[in-house]
Design a protein around this ligand. Structure first.
Ligand SMILES: C[S@@+](CC[C@H](N)C(=O)[O-])C[C@H]1O[C@@H](n2cnc3c(N)ncnc32)[C@H](O)[C@@H]1O
Length: 215
């Protein structure tokens, strides 16, 4: 019978897999373990559980595009971000940003898998400096939005981002799950943003990488 205790034990096993000295090699075990979890708990940890092949494909693309510092906006538990850097053997730094620190620091939230940065008031004036503040002084070269669903915040972040890569992960439009932006129909504000790479992920999800070009 699935209960709160079982959930805590399962979470502990996942934390253990990410925290041992061999954690980087554990990402495959973590994925296998994750597939066996109940839907609600899976969702609490990650909106989309990629396969090992999905992660490898994305990692290959990031390498090819020379993307080494990614800031994930609305990263939730940060498990996807942890997986991405584990697959890249720590050659990729993935930072996380969330809103509502009170929630993420509360006993009800899952513990995050990467250190979280917070935007205290979403929608307040952001500057480019804000991004390097989230990434230990490094300006990220890519912003990542996975299953993000907040159009006005998305536009705010984009308007102050000076990097040239944008990574959108979400469902294919036909699936009927609403995210904003949707990776394939993002309605980007500037014509300079052009689709550069597409990668299908499991369960009708897709990763779209856009590049900001100087016209
Ligand atoms: C559907 S969840 C996706 C979480 C995670 N990316 C995933 O794939 O599992 C969307 C997340 O965006 C966050 N979010 C919404 N508006 C935000 C904002 N203005 N700034 C940062 N995060 C925001 C929410 O708190 C939530 O955790």
């Amino acid at each position: 019978m699935w209960n709160e205790q079982t959930e805590l034990e399962v979470l502990q096993q996942i934390y253990d897999l990410t925290q041992t000295t061999t954690a980087v090699q554990n990402w495959r075990n973590l994925l296998i373990f994750g597939y066996s979890l109940q839907r609600d708990l899976k969702r609490k940890l990650l909106w989309i559980w990629p396969t090992a092949l999905d992660l490898k494909k994305l990692n290959g693309m990031l390498k090819q595009l020379d993307i080494h510092h990614v800031l994930s906006i609305g990263c939730g538990s940060g498990l996807l971000e942890w997986l991405l850097s584990a697959v890249a053997n720590q050659e990729l730094s993935v930072y996380g940003l969330e809103r509502d620190p009170n929630w993420w620091r509360s006993k009800y939230a899952v513990r995050s898998f990467i250190p979280l940065n917070y935007v205290e008031q979403a929608g307040s004036k952001l500057t480019n400096h804000f991004f390097s503040g989230c990434c230990s002084g490094v300006t990220p070269c890519a912003l990542l939005f996975c299953y993000f669903n907040n159009r006005s915040a998305f536009l705010d972040y984009l308007s102050v981002f000076e990097g040239k890569w944008l990574i959108l992960i979400g469902p294919q439009p036909a699936v009927g799950i609403h995210t904003d932006p949707n990776p394939l129909q993002p309605q980007l504000p500037d014509k300079e943003w052009a689709l550069r790479e597409l990668c299908d992920w499991t369960d009708q999800n897709v990763v779209a990488i856009y590049e900001k070009r100087i016209i």
